[in-house]
Design a protein around this ligand. Structure first.
Ligand SMILES: Cc1cc2nc3c(=O)[nH]c(=O)nc-3n(C[C@H](O)[C@H](O)[C@H](O)COP(=O)(O)OP(=O)(O)OC[C@H]3O[C@@H](n4cnc5c(N)ncnc54)[C@H](O)[C@@H]3O)c2cc1C
Length: 390
């Protein structure tokens, strides 16, 4: 299929090369394992580690800390191309590279960066970010996890829910580093950020969350903090000053989640287009039927419109600053339903074949729904946009 290659999507030679690197890796390594890991509901830890030597795990981390020092467009390229094959695996990548590594690289002091970023960039360590709780998702600032200072450490108590990469391997072993938000005062905004490392006393995996509709190639877990002792040197930034960190992180998360919807949209257009050529009914290829043309034509146009918006926002965003909430919410609000809708049309065009795993779109169709929930629900984006336009 001939997708128009606007300059916006590969603004520099470096971006073009990056896309090629990711596409080659996807073809050779990601695609062959995607269906099996979805069916077995198994996270492919070794595959994630392989992204380290390619410079993808620390895509936005400065080179002095082992990363590639690239921009938001680069991050969008990686998420788009990985998700065109395996959105579940891509979600695990996002939790590591954006929610953990990118977050540390923008909020930690130089000594902390030296301690964590080279390991996260190489894949020696796998990371996560824990904001949501069993009773607080959209209402994130209502969180009940607390951190109380006691001499040279803090004591954390609480539970975090739905944490991607929270557990790895057997789904009971915590990942190596989790960036955790906790309240350090009674004020709603008194949020602080801590990096909790595997093996810290009082840190464990709670219930493992199984039988997800989609994104089954990623692990999702509850994390438990019971009198968890965390050294003061694991506090990121100033105590009680993390709401801006959190907002900046959510903006990065929303743009890269929108890029994942682009991947789903692109692959779905490709699959339905190919099938409509190969499949003959009533003596002619499906693509000659007006109703099928409407599915393909509408899908291509909607995908390209979203793609243009996502890349334009990524091009203008300063990863170092918060303040991009309006458009990071808006790109996800428009891209997530696009991914879901286009995957649905692909399944319709492909008839019974579209409904089984081997033909890919069934998996994309299930994965697409999460992007209307995770990292902010559709309703949260609508609320934020309306607030920001006031
Ligand atoms: C597979 C998966 C992976 C995830 N990974 C992570 C992760 O790595 N880290 C992490 O911290 N979290 C993660 N999450 C959590 C995710 O971000 C939350 O599920 C999401 O923010 C929604 O929160 P909730 O599930 O508690 O729903 P709720 O906030 O309870 O919302 C339920 C419904 O009420 C609506 N609603 C709530 N408030 C309002 C309002 N003010 N106005 C209108 N409607 C409203 C919502 O839009 C939604 O429709 C993950 C979730 C899933 C399913």
């Amino acid at each position: 299929m001939n997708l128009k290659d606007f300059d916006l999507f590969n603004p520099t030679e470096e971006h073009k090369m990056l896309r090629k690197t990711v596409c080659d890796f996807v073809r050779e390594e990601v695609e062959p394992q995607a269906l099996e890991h979805d069916r077995k509901e198994k996270f492919n830890l070794e595959l994630l580690r392989k992204l380290g030597p390619l410079g993808l795990l620390g895509i936005t981390v400065p080179e002095e800390y082992g990363g590639s020092g690239m921009d938001a467009v680069a991050a969008v390229i990686v998420h788009e191309e990985l998700a065109a094959s395996d959105p579940g695996f891509t979600l695990a990548y996002l939790a590591h590279a954006m929610l953990c590594a990118n977050n540390i690289s923008h909020n930690a002091d130089p000594e902390q960066k030296k301690r964590w970023l080279p390991k996260l960039s190489s894949g020696e360590w796998i990371g996560a970010m824990a904001m949501s709780e069993p009773d607080f998702g959209t209402d994130a600032l209502g969180m009940k996890t607390t951190a109380q200072k006691s001499g040279d450490h803090y004591v954390l108590n609480g539970r975090k829910m739905w944490i991607t990469n929270g557990a790895i391997d057997d789904n009971k072993t915590p990942c190596d580093a989790v960036l955790v938000y906790a309240k350090t005062g009674t004020d709603k905004n008194a949020v602080s950020t801590f990096v909790i490392e595997k093996g810290m006393p009082g840190f464990s995996v709670g219930q493992k969350i199984m039988d997800k509709t989609g994104m089954r190639g990623s692990n999702t877990a509850e994390l438990v903090f019971e009198g968890c002792k965390v050294p003061v040197k694991n506090l990121l930034g100033k105590e009680g000053d993390s709401t801006v960190h959190m907002m900046r992180n959510l903006e990065v998360e929303r743009i890269t989640l929108a890029a994942m919807s682009l991947g789903i949209g692109k692959r779905s257009v490709e699959e339905m287009n190919k099938y409509a050529t190969d499949r003959v009914a009533f003596g002619k290829p499906l693509r000659k039927f007006g109703q099928i043309q409407r599915y393909i034509g509408d899908s291509y146009a909607e995908f390209m419109a979203c793609r243009t918006y996502v890349y334009d926002v990524a091009r203008k965003i300063d990863l170092n600053k918060a303040g991009n909430r309006l458009d990071s919410d808006a790109v996800k609000l428009v891209a997530a339903p696009m991914g879901k809708r286009v995957a649905d049309r692909a399944m319709q065009v492909m008839g019974g074949y579209g409904y089984v795993g081997e033909y890919v779109v069934e998996r994309l169709w299930r994965d697409a729904k999460l992007l209307e929930i995770g990292g902010g629900t559709i309703e949260a984006h609508q609320k934020n946009i309306t607030t920001d336009l006031e």
